[in-house]
Design a protein around this ligand. Structure first.
Ligand code: LIP
Length: 297
């Protein structure tokens, strides 16, 4: 990593994110038509594909020796994350929101070295919100092209007490069958239920529809926790770096694993706090109980 110019790579990613944002906004919402991938809730548009083409062309012409993993060109079974410097890209995270013109979609540009999230750039063009981080250099939010604010937004975040004080991001995802769907339904109900009914009585649950923006929200401190199984490396790589640089932690969405892989597909993120991160993870894992998310990497 010593000979990589991370600032230069970051600056290119920011420039590419803005170009992607312009392409995405030009397509919203009048010329939009979508198709489906594995089922009716797994959407793709021509814009997803065109943005990925632009992103991969720009990144690979500047860094031809790096690897590239993108949602729309991923080949199951043969595209693998290795230790090589790798761009991990979702051209539009939150495609369903994009199709509905619901303003929570973004381009998510991650860069990993040795499988460690090293640079993250997430841009929501609808709100003109840019989240950025380089490993070891802090995380930032730039709104409306204006001032660059350091994350988390609260310079002294409050301690985390327990789940009953938390706003939680969680997603249904597009797989709606079998053990994973059953476990998500059970966990959502347990998180929401009152203490009298055996629940955690969290402040509330949010389904934002974009893992990248969920991680950005945990990095800012607007959400305390985010839990999802089923999303992919390109949904989380950029957000993971931003989260870590903002003082948050990422562990597995299944109990017991404190050091998950980027492409592990089961994630639990907790915001920055002077105390209580570990306890919140353990309380959340307790809500999952004996169940396990089963998604293949
Ligand atoms: C989306 C994820 C989201 C998940 C959706 C979908 P896409 O990514 O970020 O967290 O719940 O099912 O996978 O498909 O919009 O890039």
């Amino acid at each position: 990593m010593a000979d990589l110019n991370l600032q230069e790579i970051h600056d290119l990613l920011v420039s590419v994110a803005h170009e992607a944002g312009r392409m995405i906004m030009r397509a919203t919402p009048s010329q939009l038509s979508s198709g489906t991938k594995k089922n009716s809730a797994d959407l793709v548009t021509e814009t997803d594909q065109a943005v990925e083409k632009m992103v991969s062309t720009r990144l690979m012409s500047s860094y031809p020796n790096f690897s590239f993993i993108g949602e729309e060109t991923y080949v199951p079974g043969s595209t693998k994350l290795t230790s090589a410097p790798t761009f991990i890209v979702d051209p539009i995270d939150g495609t369903t929101n994009f199709v509905h013109a619901f303003p929570a979609f973004c381009v998510s540009l991650g860069f990993a070295v040795d499988k460690i999230p090293t640079i993250g750039v997430i841009y929501n063009p609808f709100l003109d919100e840019l989240y950025t981080a380089i490993k070891g250099k802090g995380a930032f939010l730039t709104r409306n092209g204006g001032e660059k604010v350091k994350l988390p937004l609260k310079s002294e975040p409050e301690p985390l007490k327990d789940l009953s004080t938390c706003l939680i991001g969680a997603e249904w995802g597009s797989d709606r069958t079998g053990v994973n769907f059953e476990l998500k339904t059970k966990v959502f109900a347990k998180l929401a239920a009152s203490k009298e009914n055996g629940g955690a009585m969290v402040h509330s649950l949010r389904c934002m529809g974009s893992a990248a923006l969920n991680l950005a929200a945990v990095a800012t401190g607007q959400q305390d926790v985010f839990w999802e199984g089923g999303c992919w490396a390109w949904d989380v790589a950029a957000g993971w770096c931003i989260l870590n640089e903002a003082g948050g932690i990422m562990v597995s969405g299944n109990p017991g694993d404190w050091k998950p892989e980027i492409d592990g597909r089961k994630y639990l993120a907790v915001r920055a706090a002077p105390t209580g991160q570990k306890e919140i993870v353990e309380e959340f894992w307790g809500v999952i109980g004996d169940g396990r998310l089963e998604y293949e990497s």
